[in-house]
Design a protein around this ligand. Structure first.
Ligand code: XIL
Length: 343
């Protein structure tokens, strides 16, 4: 479960119903990811100053409840979470990036042994429309590919740094749209292969911000299979299932949020879980994370508004209603785990 923490609006520590949120999470899930508070700028505001207090509260809560943490994310281009000092960094960028990654990894290794078990080391490095298929970012600009056809150096540096700091961690490359878009998937697999050659990667994270009928179950199967064929782990890292697809063209209308819809969504969550279990052998399963607890907490409403201008009050993408009651979707996942089939 991806959780809000610190003083975020839906924080499991400060929200009015924080203790009920904690109860749901500890009852139904075995691992947490911070939806925000373990991103770069939250942990590393200035070059010589790491700020771990908020993350420690979350990781300590996981430890106290016998849960693990999947760290997200050591390197990500998104402007709001790139520390200011990295943007115009004058010194040795590679050494600075290594210090960043190792400062974070070592902190949790030392203070919470065995609790943070994996990390998204690099998030969203692929971008269509650039000459080489890699996203231009402060990281790419400073440490681009060493030669044409190669993977950007910053990716290799970050993975090597994490591997050196804690060889027991599972290290993931994480990206979006890899089940819908074959060019994006191919690029992701290029990255994975280069890192595999370096011995620094354990798996590929599929964000899985998906819709009710898109992408197809076959797309999921084929994408997971390609990673399995490389001998790497598959982790569903940020799943949500919006009931409307605002990118489908026109101004899509919200369907009625009724029993028929929640049942269809239950089936969708079940089928995704089922295809994951069918395709990925147990030793290569990194697990499955849902990107938020309650529907009203989802990032998608603001994301859709930013991307398309369309305003949706709710797109009901998650497993729990705003009042914390479980949606049929939760049972859908359980049905897949218990082999009951998807109805
Ligand atoms: C999102 C968070 O959910 C939002 O609260 C925040 O405003 C922006 O980031 N892909 C990722 C996540 O890898 O880190 C993003 O999380 C969602 C898309």
């Amino acid at each position: 479960m991806a959780v809000s923490a610190a003083n975020e609006p839906y924080s499991i520590f400060t929200h009015g119903d924080a203790s009920q949120r904690q109860d749901l999470i500890t009852r139904h899930f075995s691992q947490m990811t911070a939806g925000n508070i373990m991103k770069m700028s939250y942990l590393h505001r200035t070059e010589n100053n790491f700020t771990f207090t908020d993350a420690d509260t979350l990781v300590g809560f996981a430890e106290a409840n016998g849960m693990t943490i999947h760290g997200h994310a050591l390197v990500w281009h998104s402007d709001y979470q790139v520390p200011g000092f990295m943007k115009n960094y004058q010194g040795d960028f590679s050494a600075m990036l290594t210090d960043h990654v190792q400062g974070v990894v070592n902190h949790f290794k030392t203070n919470f042994p065995g609790v943070v078990t994996s990390w998204d080391v690099v998030n969203e490095a692929v971008e269509q429309g650039t000459s080489d298929g890699y996203r231009r970012s402060v990281f790419y600009d400073r440490l681009p590919p060493a030669a044409a056809g190669e993977v950007p150096e910053y990716i290799k540096v970050a993975f090597q740094a994490a591997r050196d700091a804690d060889p027991s961690l599972d290290l993931y490359y994480n990206d979006y749209d890899n089940t819908a878009n074959s060019a994006r998937l191919a690029k992701t697999l290029d990255i994975a292969q280069a890192l595999k050659d370096d011995g620094t990667i354990d798996g590929v994270g599929f964000q899985m911000h998906i819709y009710m009928d898109y992408p197809s179950i076959k797309n999921f199967k084929d994408a997971f299979q390609k990673v399995v064929d490389m001998g790497l782990k598959v982790k569903i890292t940020e799943m949500d299932v919006a009931v409307v697809n605002p990118y489908a063209g026109g101004t899509p209308k919200l369907p009625k949020y009724d029993e028929q819809l929640t049942d269809r969504q239950k089936k969708r969550f079940c089928q995704v879980t089922e295809v994951y279990l069918d395709t990925v052998p147990a030793n290569l399963r990194g697990g499955m994370t849902i990107w938020g607890l309650t529907d009203d907490e989802s990032w998608l409403m603001s994301q859709f508004a930013n991307a398309t201008g369309a305003v949706y009050e709710n797109v009901w993408p998650l497993l729990f209603n705003a009042d914390l009651s479980a949606k049929p979707a939760l049972q859908g996942i359980a049905d897949a785990f218990t082999g009951k089939g998807c109805h």
